[in-house]
Design a protein around this ligand. Structure first.
Ligand code: CFM
Ligand code: HCA
Length: 528
């Protein structure tokens, strides 16, 4: 039986035709394609967020030493206040503004007469109360509709206060999901921040971790292991991030790309502008972590570094092997469905396999085709909805240079042996017969659960409780249900612990939901 066909059966012809293209059943013998990053059908309960969420919430939100002002009605700032678990610690006497929420609280008169005065006033207040060195401004839908010139306000603030002030036109309606917001945020960082810093790395083996937002402390765990080996992490984009470090990130020798979806733009632009190579890594799962560490060591090519890498791998593994084996013994043979934003549905499959759990269904809210199909077979993705609307950075030929650290010959040799600037995509890592569904909606999630009966459904806050009330364990892969870290060696154990804890506490099976015993909606047609 084809689960996709069962799910699609319910739809009318038009919706059927649209949704069919967003689903497939994995066949490793075929080069499979999927439609992604297109507009959700109006009326369908998509799980996606908006452009503002991707720019303000995801990419800029975790930068701790700046004030981020939401220019718009109060709801956008308020509902994006403290909802993502991007942890951050203050460094020395430097400020950490992460816990605050700043918004201009636009009202009807501002919509009629313009909101720039209020924005200027907000900047004045922020300067008086917080004295940040950097202010960033994120626009919400009405700001774009009424045409407030936020760039001009930012330029004025830079002059008046001698600070860095960057405005982002990331109105929620732009693009088709959070993804457009990542792109806008990346462009702003590239134009106004990266390349301006004066921090000088102390060692030769310097890296940035791109697309790591320190959810539940993941970035800290990665940094712990990297430091132990002998790397210096110049900056993390943007988990526990600081403008100061991001500004100096061009001085690192190698960019590690954890979440390809949200930050491949910066990796590309830094390659073009500063010659910094990038390497796709995955620090989720033991195999992923080990492979990533080995690729990094191979990139730098120093025998001492390669040896130290192996020592650290052996040491870390020895510490956790027994615990991993104990969790595996309990979880072996279970099945999982994964539906997260644009990279975790792929990244977690390896870790689950290490715990004996196989993936029967996986999908992204807003992944692009390269996230599903890999990027080396899709050099020019025509249907990239973001690219249609959003400017790409132009970098002059003069600015391009190869990395001083490697000769061209060395570079070519390395690129041929380790997967520099490549990404394999999710489909090719999945088992034959498993399902891939893009932009899954609540009806489809319910139906797939009915047909495939996964033991665990990894998802987010929007569907967690509906799934659990219907009897399926659901763990949140966005916020880790307030646990974590899940990255690296120690994180793998924490993940195993949390999944076991959830699975062997079958609370939801013990309650009979009211809709199983009585009608919850009643009425009759035609009566007055
Ligand atoms: Fe990248 Fe993310 Fe993700 Fe993402 Fe997100 Fe997130 Fe996510 Mo939520 S940047 S694509 S826009 S890994 S916030 S830290 S958990 S949907 S899978
Ligand atoms: C976002 C943020 C989010 C939402 C999580 C969820 C996050 O998309 O704007 O839906 O559970 O990780 O916090 O993805």
């Amino acid at each position: 039986m084809d689960a996709n066909a069962v799910v699609l059966e319910r739809y009318n012809a038009k919706v059927f035709k649209n949704r069919k293209e967003h689903m497939l059943r994995v066949d490793p013998a075929a080069e499979q394609q999927i439609i992604a990053n297109t507009r959700a059908i109006p009326g369908i309960m998509t799980n996606r967020g908006c452009c503002y969420a991707g720019c303000k919430g995801v990419v800029l939100g975790p930068i701790k030493d700046m004030v981020l002002i939401t220019h718009g009605p109060v709801g956008c700032g308020f509902y994006s206040w403290g909802t993502r678990r991007n942890k951050a610690k203050a460094e020395g006497d430097d400020p950490n503004f992460i816990q605050y929420c700043f918004t201009t609280d636009l009202q009807e008169p501002d919509i009629v007469f313009g909101g720039t005065k209020k924005l200027k006033k907000a900047i004045d207040e922020v300067m008086e109360l917080m004295h940040p060195k950097t202010i960033m401004i994120a626009a919400t839908c009405p700001v774009g509709l009424i045409g407030d010139d936020i760039q001009a306000v930012a330029a004025e603030a830079e002059k008046e206060y001698g600070i860095r002030c960057v405005a982002y036109s990331c109105e929620g309606y732009k693009g088709v999901s959070q993804s457009a917001g990542h792109h806008i945020a990346n462009n702003g960082l590239m134009k106004k921040v990266i390349g301006t810093g004066s921090y000088e790395p102390a060692t030769k083996y310097t890296v940035n971790i791109l697309g790591e937002y320190n959810i539940g402390g993941d970035g800290w765990e990665q940094e712990r292991v990297l430091r132990k080996i002998g790397y210096e992490v110049v900056s993390i984009f943007t988990g526990d991030g600081s403008v100061e470090r991001i500004a100096s990130s061009h001085k690192a020798n190698l960019n590690l790309v954890q979440c390809h979806r949200s930050i491949n733009y910066i990796a590309e632009m830094m390659k073009t502008k500063y010659g910094v190579d990038w390497l796709k890594v995955n620090f989720i799962g033991l195999e992923g972590t080990i492979e990533s560490l080995r690729h990094m060591a191979a990139y730098f090519g120093d025998p001492a570094l390669i040896q130290r890498t192996e020592e650290v791998i052996a040491e870390e593994l020895a510490e956790i092997q027994d615990q991993m084996a104990a969790y595996k013994a309990r979880l072996n043979g279970k099945t999982a469905a994964l539906f997260v934003g644009g990279s975790r549905s792929h990244h977690y499959q390896g870790l689950l396999k290490e715990l004996g759990v196989s993936t029967v269904l996986a999908g992204y809210e807003f992944g692009h085709r390269d996230d599903y199909e890999g990027r080396e077979i899709l050099p020019n993705i025509k249907e990239d909805a973001d690219s249609k609307n959003i400017e790409h950075l132009e970098v002059s030929k003069d600015e391009q240079k190869y990395h001083a650290f490697l000769t061209q010959e060395q570079y070519d040799k390395l690129a041929a042996t380790i997967p520099l600037e490549k990404y394999d995509g999710m489909i090719r890592d999945m088992a034959a017969g498993s399902y891939v569904v893009d932009d899954l909606n609540m009806y489809e999630a319910d139906k797939f659960v009915e047909v495939l009966k996964p033991d665990i459904f990894f998802s987010g806050i929007k569907d967690k409780y509906a799934l659990q009330k219907a009897g399926t364990l659901s763990r949140q892969l966005h916020c880790y249900d307030y646990s974590g870290p899940y990255a690296g060696f120690k994180g793998a154990v924490q993940f195993g612990h949390d999944v076991c804890m959830g699975y062997f506490t079958p609370a939801w099976h013990m309650v009979t939901p009211p809709w199983k015993t009585r009608a919850t909606l009643q009425g009759s047609v035609g009566e007055k």
